[in-house]
Design a protein around this ligand. Sequence first.
Ligand code: NAD
Length: 483
Amino acid sequence: MFKNLIAGEWLDGHAVSRNINPSDTRDLVGEYAQADVAQADLAISAASAAFPAWSLSTPQQRFDILDTVGTEILARRAELGDLLAREEGKTLPEAIGEVARAGYIFKFFAGEALRPGGESLPSVRPGVGIEVTREAIGVVGLITPWNFPIAIPAWKIAPALAYGNCVVFKPADLVPGSAWALAEILSRSGLPAGVFNLVMGRGSIVGEKLLNDPRVAGISFTGSVATGQKVAAACINRADGRMAKFQLEMGGKNPMIVLDDADLGVAVNAAVNSGFFSTGQRCTASSRLIVTEGIHDRFIAAMVERMKTLKVDDARKAGTDIGPVVDANQLGQDVDYLGIAQGEGGKLAQGGERIDRNADGAPGFYLAPALITDTTPDMRINREEVFGPVVSVLRARDYEHALALSNDTPFGLAAGIATTSLKHATHFKRHSQAGMVMVNLPTAGVDYHVPFGGRKGSSYGPREQGRHAAEFYTTVKTAYTQA
Ligand code: NAD
């Protein structure tokens, strides 16, 4: 059984969760301890006790630890990628890529530990000097979703530690394996006991404890909008009046525009990649394709031809393009939305079949990627996040109409355009209401050293990743000195 890490000790939980391989539901990845409120409390106590010393640790100490962790993750990328593909269902190349990303994130923040920065300014008063510095915020609670089981934990844990915070990490219930492997690496990295704690368990138990405990100074959350709203409310309405700083990364309904002047091959590649790869289970997936009249029919025909070639099979098998959906609940949601979209008038142009068994006869949660055409902006398929391999198509008159449709959404995470027009690409970069904009590229798949995040209903608070991560994980101090 895989245990929780609290105050440097591996502890049994009060219950056990079974981690099942969605490519073959007969395969048990492992049994993982589930913490209760008392254990979450213990982890918060351990992190609080470790904070004074860790917040004053040297940049060299933090660099060495984070660099060691990054090196080990990169060296073990094939093995950890296999575990990730087995528990979450993205293909092996995608999973290995995600693990490598996690390794590079630790390397990046190792460097950031050496570059804390700060400003020195003269005062408006004679003889007075001012220093503006950044300090760690304290104990942070990190709550992550199932779709990036190692990269999202890495992009929260690495900056938290680099800037001197102590961590209580609650991974997603469905995918504790990669989180546990990361915690095990951290446990041997030289971190003092209590600086990093792993508490696997239910959101309604461990998660809510983190939100409500006044010793937790900040919550970094990635997940659904519904849970994000609960996080925000809890962080503001704490019983003792001490609010927690919070950062939310939530859902998307990301548009990709295809203009008449697009290179058809570029447009299809970008749409297939960001619509269907990782089984469409990416917050940055292109789930709305907005296509202008002149290219519409040719684009749909090319998409359908390409989709017929996509191999849906075991995530770890060579040649698989699309692995299974993560679990039965998510599969049920995907299938429901296919029905809803067709009930509202959409046409299923390709895919959408439930596949009970893979090519080797193993039972799993497979779904053929689906394209729904002839949709209108008010349909639920164009307003609500499905979070599966289900993409809708909207027809647009021209660029201006396409831009308006792309921004007509409660979300604002990522947006893309396929065009050979510099004028339209430039205009779109400025006028898209998304936090991340791509030209002739998939909306999903971003670099690890630059800010990540969205607007409107997709995000709240400072950006994650890159140097912008300091905004959340530090607080600014202004010191005045009379010489
Ligand atoms: P979820 O909201 O169900 O769960 C996210 C995390 O919150 C889990 O660890 C869960 O246990 C925890 N949680 C649940 N209830 C809680 C509560 N009451 N208090 C505290 N914690 C609680 O999301 P999910 O199904 O795991 O992930 C899918 C969602 O994540 C999608 O909406 C997707 O768009 C989003 N996502 C967003 C980004 C981004 O950066 N914007 C990245 C990846 C995924």
